[in-house]
Each structure stands twice: as structure tokens, then as C-alpha cells.
Design a binder for this molecule. Structure first.
Ligand code: UD1
Length: 345
């Protein structure tokens, strides 16, 4: 039997790409997802890409008993990758308790179940949001954690602390925390990608929806920042590259290569690109002209952040390889595919 990996949030954007990469690397995947922000069709599409159907259980990770029965059903789960979480920054400000409950209770449930089922470790999805506006760029894992700008960001910080505290208490749990920068793009097959619920909050789905005519215009939030062109700067990381970092992290846990019981890695390219530069890349690779307008700043936005990925490159043995051009094109191909599907029903 192949090594079994439980992937919570496995029908979501990053989770689905990770399920594909795990299966491509011989792991057996069990997806747990409540489908609150995704669809079970994603399971079919993972199967189309990999020719293997992952197991799927529609369950909320806040439901302890249900999670427990899944772990009993699929005995011998070797490790967990925990993606399942609410992730809209603005919504978290309006509904903080929803975010604290969903994002924190689910992690606590998993941490309580891990020792009962002799699971070797947990890979946790964190975010560069924990750095706030870093004092030094590129930002390394040693940079201080800044006060969170939103309940969403706070749940990432609290969850990192919960993991550190439980391990410091002597619990027999190993963990790798991955701090993602800005994941974008889609699988090259265009069979899976980002499926925003309603109006996209993130830049790239907003760009592709505007270019295809679903939205009238992209509002660009500010060009008066203290950056070379005045626009915010981000480290846009290809979602398949990001997914591969999870496979490497799982290999590291299962092969007992961790140097400490909890390790933290930045998962980014190391390159900062401004919002305007990204728009120009989009226009160049797609040949589409994007209707955009610069408007006022969005509150809570960080001016500039990009990763120092050296620790991930040298210690984890992972590096991003895709070009920004191919990545942006993959997001466009996915949008075109979605549009055709909508038209054909
Ligand atoms: C945000 C969160 C991050 C979280 C991620 C999840 C903050 C500071 N960061 O990332 O923690 O993990 O969402 O999705 O809240 N932009 C526009 N017009 C748009 C949309 C975005 O100009 O319609 C600009 C933003 O102002 C920003 C850049 O594009 O400068 C990237 O925005 P976005 O894709 O939302 O990601 P972050 O804000 O970096």
C-alpha cells in the first residue's frame, strides 16, 4: 500500500494542485473538504489529470467525531496536509468569529487526533501575512511576526503558535509550516485552477475575469506607494511549484529528515513584481488589453513583500521553477476554459 496522506481542503485551489502532485509521486490521497468554497467536480478533474481517483469525504474539519471516524476508516494515514480554512481577508473583518472557529477549531481537532492514530506529522498552510510589512526585504523566516491586520491573518499567527506550543509541550507531533507568498496560476492541463466564489478579491482572478468580460474593469488599489513604479510589490508563486513544496515537505517528515520537530519555510520565488508589472506580463503573454484604472489604496494592503527562499532552497530542497510568463498564461488558459464551460452549460 502506498503512503496515505490526508489532505484537508483538498478540493480547494492549492489543495487540489497538491493532491495531483502527491498522486504523481506515488502517495495515496484522502481528501476531506466541506465544499464550502469548492466543488466535488474537482475530484473528477484530479482523476482526469492523474488517472487516479483520490478518496473523498465531505466533512467539516470542525466536526471532531466525523474526522475521527474518517481516520479510523482509512487506517494508517501517515501524515496530514491541512489547507482547509476560510481565507477572505475582508470577510474575516466582518465575521471574525466565523474565521476564528473555522480556522482554529479545525487545527485543534487535527492535533488532538494525530497521536490517537499514530500519524507522523502535519504540514500547515501559513502565509507571508504573518510578517506584515517586513523591515527588511527579501524577508527571511527569522523576521519578526507583526501584529495581524485582519482576523484571517491572526488565525494564521495563532495556528502557528498552537503548533509550536503543542510541540514544545512534548507531544509526539512533527510539523512543517509553509509560509506562502502570493500563489497564482493553474495546472497546465487547465483542468483545475482557482475558482473564486463571487467577486474575486485577489488580483489575478480579477485580471482574468476582467479580460474575458465578466468584470468591466480592474480597480488597481494605489500607485502612490514607496516603490520604484508606485505600485505594490508581491512575490507571485506558481501554484504547481507551491504544490510541489508540499510533496517535498511530506517526504521530509516521513523520511525523518527534519532537524527540529517544527520547521518553517518561506515558499516564494524570491522575485518581487509590482502590480503594474504583472498587468504588463498578462497583456504580453495573452495579447489581451486589460481595462484597468488606478483607484485609492485598499486598507490593510502591504506595500511590498517578497521572499528570501534560501532556507527552502537549501534545507528543504525545493525551488520554484516556472516562469512568471508561463504562470500568468496558465491562469488565462484556465479562465478561457471556465468561460467555455459556462457557455456550453
Ligand atoms: C492577501 C492577504 C494574504 C492572503 C491572501 C489570500 C493581506 C495583506 N494579504 O494577499 O494574507 O494570504 O490575500 O488570498 O491582506 N489588487 C488590486 N486590485 C484588485 C485586487 C488586488 O489592485 O482587484 C492589488 C492589491 O492591492 C495588492 C495586490 O494586488 O497590492 C495583491 O492583492 P491580492 O491578490 O489580494 O493578495 P494580497 O493582498 O497580497
Amino acid at each position: 500500500m502506498n503512503n496515505r496522506i490526508l489532505v484537508t481542503g483538498g478540493t480547494g485551489y492549492i489543495g487540489s494542485h497538491t493532491a495531483v502532485e502527491l498522486q504523481n509521486n506515488g502517495y495515496e490521497v484522502i481528501i476531506v473538504d466541506n465544499l464550502s468554497n469548492s466543488s466535488s467536480e474537482v475530484v473528477d478533474n484530479i482523476e482526469k489529470i492523474t488517472k487516479i481517483r483520490p478518496a473523498f469525504e465531505q466533512t467539516d474539519c470542525c466536526d471532531f467525531e466525523s474526522l475521527k471516524s474518517i481516520m479510523a476508516k482509512y487506517s494508517d494515514i501517515k501524515a496530514i496536509i491541512h489547507f482547509a480554512a476560510s481565507k477572505a481577508v475582508g470577510e474575516s473583518i466582518e465575521k471574525p468569529l466565523l474565521y476564528y472557529r473555522n480556522n482554529i477549531v479545525s487545527l485543534i481537532n487535527l492535533l488532538e487526533l494525530i497521536p490517537l492514530f499514530d500519524i507522523q506529522g502535519l504540514v500547515f498552510s501559513s502565509s507571508c501575512t504573518v510578517y506584515g510589512q517586513p523591515d527588511e526585504l527579501p524577508v527571511s523566516e527569522k523576521a519578526p511576526i507583526k501584529k495581524a491586520e485582519s482576523p484571517y491573518g491572526n488565525t494564521k499567527q495563532i495556528n502557528e503558535e498552537i503548533i509550536q506550543d503543542i510541540i514544545a509541550s512534548g507531544a509526539n507531533i512533527k510539523s512543517i509550516i509553509l509560509r506562502y507568498f502570493n500563489p497564482i496560476g493553474a495546472h497546465p492541463s487547465a483542468k483545475i485552477g482557482e475558482l473564486p466564489n463571487g467577486i474575486p478579491q485577489n488580483l489575478v482572478p480579477y485580471i482574468t475575469q476582467t479580460a474575458i468580460g465578466i468584470r468591466k474593469q480592474l480597480n488597481v488599489f494605489g500607485n502612490d506607494y514607496n516603490t520604484p513604479d508606485g505600485y505594490c510589490i508581491r512575490d507571485f508563486i506558481n501554484v504547481v511549484d507551491l504544490a510541489k513544496a508540499h510533496v517535498v515537505a511530506i517526504d521530509r517528515i516521513l523520511n525523518k529528515r527534519q532537524k527540529t520537530p517544527v520547521e518553517i519555510f518561506n515558499i516564494g520565488t524570491g522575485q518581487g513584481l509590482s502590480v503594474l508589472e504583472l498587468i504588463h506580463v498578462f497583456e504580453k503573454v495573452t495579447g489581451e488589453r486589460l481595462n484597468y484604472k488606478v483607484v485609492g489604496r485598499r486598507s490593510g494592503d502591504i506595500e511590498k513583500v517578497w521572499a528570501n527562499p534560501e532556507f527552502a532552497n537549501n534545507e528543504l530542497g525545493w525551488k520554484s521553477i516556472e516562469t512568471i510568463e508561463d504562470t500568468v498564461l496558465s491562469a488565462w488558459n484556465w479562465q478561457v476554459k471556465l468561460n467555455k464551460k459556462d457557455k456550453n452549460g
